[in-house]
Design a protein around this ligand. Structure first.
Ligand SMILES: [Zn+2]
Ligand SMILES: [Zn+2]
Ligand SMILES: [Zn+2]
Length: 183
């Protein structure tokens, strides 16, 4: 008898949620928000609403779409810019190109070796002959315009466009889960 009552109650809660065709859940650092505010409307804890929704997904009642967005934990803006910088001088003026190492020791982008109709070393002026013989193609790397540093991975920084704060390299993420009723 007791179990029967409990099952009935469970079913009722589930069916109340089913009245809503589109539900958005926002997870900010483990704190859940719902749109529409189902937790307040159905007098359930946010965690309970989330677990009920998960059950309904398993029962094939809702389609679930998850996405993550970086946010500024100072002003809560999600308008965040990702910047790539030179790891040595932090300049933003970096570009990607194929890097060539000449036998004289000069190392530069392929563009720097381009001379009118052929390839030649901008340092010793000798024309390039054969790959792996007098020069080595090191592959695609980054070069900094300001300090001439050549590197494989740029420094990544996130900047809030709204309050201009620089976020750490592991910024906080807001999780948005959309539940869409299957018909
Ligand atoms: Zn050279
Ligand atoms: Zn640099
Ligand atoms: Zn901000």
């Amino acid at each position: 008898m007791y179990n029967k009552t409990r099952d009935y109650r469970k079913m009722k809660e589930g069916s109340k949620i089913l009245d809503y065709n589109r539900i958005t859940m926002i997870d900010i650092d483990g704190v859940l928000f719902f749109d529409p505010p189902l937790d307040a409307m159905l007098k359930m804890s946010p965690g309970k609403v989330a677990s009920e929704l998960e059950k309904l997904v398993l029962k094939d009642k809702y389609h679930k779409e998850e996405s993550e967005r970086i946010y500024c934990d100072d002003c809560l803006s999600t308008d965040i810019k990702k910047e790539y910088l030179c790891p040595r001088c932090q300049s933003l003026r970096i570009y990607k190109d194929v890097i060539i190492l000449h036998m004289c020791g000069f190392r530069g982008t392929r563009k720097a070796f381009q001379y009118i109709d052929h390839m030649r070393c901008p340092h010793c002026k000798k024309p390039l002959h054969r790959e792996d013989d007098d020069y080595i193609v090191e592959g695609v790397k980054y070069k900094c315009v300001d300090c001439t540093n050549i590197f494989e991975e740029p420094l990544v920084k996130y900047k809030c466009r709204s309050c201009r704060r620089v976020l750490g390299d592991d910024p906080k993420k807001i999780k948005v889960v959309k539940y869409i009723r299957k018909l």
